[in-house]
Design a protein around this ligand. Structure first.
Ligand code: FE2
Length: 156
């Protein structure tokens, strides 16, 4: 049954495509953070192991929220690994146990997401007239800004 919520089909479709790309990136970022949680080494192992765990726990909540926002505007959420790999814009890296490399990679991913969300906020608001998702991705950008700050604070 169609969602009769005052969004045009064209606009809600465009928003759903953006949300599905975002979902793929959040999924990839969660997995990348888990990979670093498992493989980090150093005298501060437990600190970094727990830090990464806190990050992916929060990302996992975000993943669910993004998928449910897509459903809330009447579209399907993607949910297959092959589709995530096709739509994600973030890239996976070679394995490393070097925490400076891991942190720089994660920082770059959070900053990439922040930059495209900042553009999407204007699109959602002005072009697609979707107040609900404008608000949602604005809050999400703020979360990524906080996580980027946390990660940046470990880097020299
Ligand atoms: Fe664990």
């Amino acid at each position: 049954m169609k969602a009769d919520i005052g969004l045009t089909e064209k606009n809600s479709q465009a928003v759903a495509e953006k949300l599905n790309r975002l979902l793929a990136d959040e999924f990839l970022l969660s997995l990348k953070t888990r990979n670093y949680h498992w493989n980090v080494e150093g005298s501060n192992f437990m600190e970094m192991h727990k830090f990464y765990e806190g990050l992916y726990d929060e990302l996992d909540e975000v993943i669910d929220e993004v998928a449910e926002r897509t459903r809330s505007i009447g579209h399907y959420s993607q949910g297959r690994m092959a589709d995530f790999l096709k739509t994600a814009t973030l890239e996976e890296q070679p394995y490393t146990n070097d925490q400076q490399k891991q942190l720089k990679d994660l920082l770059s991913d959070h900053e990439t997401i922040i930059k495209y969300l900042r553009k999407d906020i204007d699109l959602f608001q002005d072009k697609y007239r979707d107040a609900g998702n404008t608000d949602f991705i604005t809050g999400l950008m703020q979360k990524h800004e906080k996580w980027a700050w946390f990660i940046r604070s470990y880097l020299k």
